[in-house]
Design a protein around this ligand. Structure first.
Ligand code: ADP
Length: 537
């Protein structure tokens, strides 16, 4: 120990009594709360700083339990007291304590154990400083920082808002309750030809044509009574007026604006000149097109009528000419047959051959005329069916018998199994015509020594028939078109004398008119199978 320190120590020990009065003065004048708490939690001393901080006087508390612990914090206080009595000190611990008036106070706590003359810890010393001021200062600082940030944010937003306002393609005007212009954007200046200084404080009515101003003032006042966001003058054609007096069509939407100095209105004004021009152009084009379309429709209707009339006349002409042709043809056929029978005297070989030609070709001509007559009736919608109930198997046998001579001449075998009666509800003559056409085609397009077979039976709720031949067959691509009028395959049936090209068209129509269906399956060189259905009786 150096001599100087030892001397100081001696001086302190010598002045022990003086120092304890210094300590007492120090504790008394200290602005912090300084208090002593006994092992039972009773107050041992309580300085004026504590009186100031908590509101209790020393007299009120000496020897009494410490009253500053808030409700619910007692267990924690007991633990801390216990630790302190075991010599553990606390440094600047944040605590909450209660004042006499019941309010809470935020404090920082320092503690130290107090020993008696024997070195036993009997009590603790607590020093508390009010943290509220520091906390308030911190709060204030935080508030100022936040306000500063908000102000910066607000300024940024204002800047952005201004940019957006100026960049808007529509004119935006804010007017006060009296209709005076408070704010305009760049688009307003361009649209109306005024500078913003010229407009500021002026009545918004000056942007409206003179004759509409009175009405506009009334509407404006009306809007003030019921300020909601809505289009202005819906259903009306609104116009704006430029500084030079020229006018242009506008569309305006209004919305109320709450501002510090009362309520104002924001008007967004759009110049709709281009849109109106486009609309007018569109309407003109639309009406021109509509006119052209209806003219074209009228023309089409006329042509359709003409075509229908011409078609009807053609059918009527064909029907009447066919009818007129059949009469002399029957005479030719009858007399040539009589000649061939040699009842009026014998014919030489040449004459017989000539008469045979006359007879065969007249017959062919008759078939042709009958086909033309049928097709013209079909086209004129005048082919009537005379339905009756009959056994279709009989009809098939009759037709087979009629084509037998032709088949025999080519040594074609005709085959048909025994079938039970098949009762159909159909036009007997027309059904025989269908069968005759299919069978005579089969004979026509099947080479010598071929086979033709007929099948009939019931298929679901219809009578089904088929004519199968071992003839030339039909190419796949021709199988649909052979049912068209005047369609003949040509190259693949070379050498076989085709008819009018009307037979299958008439046949298909007759089948469908009965409510049935007809189809063909065929392979070139391997024969064909025509099948059709008719309604059962
Ligand atoms: P056509 O009077 O020429 O026989 P159709 O309308 O009856 O007229 O037949 C149209 C065409 O279908 C025929 O010219 C022929 O090329 C083809 N055709 C019809 N039936 C058969 C068949 N059984 N075998 C091969 N080809 C056929």
């Amino acid at each position: 120990m150096c001599a100087e320190v030892a001397a100081t120590k001696r001086k302190i020990e010598g002045n022990q009594a003086d120092f304890s009065s210094y300590w007492a003065a120090l504790v008394k004048t200290c602005p912090l709360a300084v208090l002593g708490v006994g092992s039972q939690g009773e107050v041992l001393f309580w300085n004026p700083g504590a009186e100031q901080m908590f509101g209790w006087t020393e007299e009120e508390l000496l020897g009494k339990p410490l009253p500053t612990i808030p409700d619910g914090a007692e267990p924690e206080f007991q633990v801390i007291l216990e630790l302190q009595l075991h010599g553990i000190a606390q440094q600047a611990k944040d605590v909450v304590r209660r004042r006499k008036d019941g309010t809470l106070i935020f404090l920082q706590l320092w503690t130290a154990p107090l020993q008696d003359n024997n070195g036993q810890i009997r009590a603790k010393l607590a020093i508390l400083s009010d943290k509220s001021d520091a906390a308030r200062a911190e709060q204030e600082r935080t508030r100022l920082v936040t306000t500063g940030k908000q102000a910066a944010g607000h300024a940024h937003s204002m800047e952005r808002f201004k940019e957006l306002l100026e960049a808007a393609p529509d004119a935006i005007i804010e007017v006060d309750a009296a209709g005076r212009i408070i704010l305009v954007n760049a688009a307003t200046e361009q649209m109306f030809g005024y500078t913003r200084d010229e407009l500021a404080g002026q009545s918004v009515d000056q942007l409206v044509p003179e004759e509409s101003r009175m009405r506009h003032t009334l509407h404006r006042q009306g809007y003030g009574e019921c300020p909601i966001r809505r289009p202005m003058g819906s259903g009306l054609r609104l116009q704006g007026q430029r500084k030079d007096g020229t006018r242009f069509p506008v569309e305006i939407s209004l919305s109320p604006v709450k501002s510090a100095d009362g309520s104002s209105t924001a008007a967004v004004i759009r110049n709709v000149t281009d849109r109106e021009k486009a609309e007018t152009g569109f309407r003109e084009m639309q009406s021109r097109l509509t006119a052209e379309l209806s003219a074209a429709n009228r023309e089409l209707e006329l042509r359709t009528d003409e075509a229908e009339r011409a078609n009807r006349l053609k059918s009527e002409f064909l029907a009447s000419i066919s009818h007129e042709l059949r009469t002399p043809l029957h005479t030719i056929i009858g007399f040539s047959q009589l000649l061939a029978e040699e009842l009026e005297g014998p014919l030489n070989e040449k004459q017989k051959r000539f008469v045979e030609h006359v007879h065969r070709d007249s017959f062919h001509l008759l078939e042709l005329i009958n086909d033309v007559l049928d097709i013209s009736k079909i086209e004129a919608g005048r082919l009537d069916l005379h339905r009756e109930v009959f056994n279709a198997v009989d009809a098939v046998r009759e037709v087979l018998a009629s084509i037998a001579p032709g088949a025999q001449a080519k040594q074609i075998s005709l085959q048909m199994s025994d079938y039970p009666p098949l009762r159909v509800h159909a036009d007997r003559l027309r059904v025989k015509q269908i069968l005759l056409n299919l069978l005579s085609n089969a004979v026509k397009f099947t080479p010598e020594h071929g086979v033709i077979s007929v099948e009939c039976g019931q298929q679901q709720d219809a009578a089904a028939f088929s004519v199968t031949d071992s003839g030339l067959g039909i190419r796949h691509e021709d199988q649909e078109v052979i049912f068209d009028k005047f369609h003949q395959v040509g190259p693949t049936t070379k050498g076989v004398r085709e008819g009018t090209g009307l037979g299958l068209a008439i046949t298909k129509h007759l089948v469908e008119e009965h409510g049935g269906r007809i189809q063909v399956e065929s392979q070139l060189g391997c024969g064909s199978r025509f099948s059709f259905t008719l309604p059962l009786a």
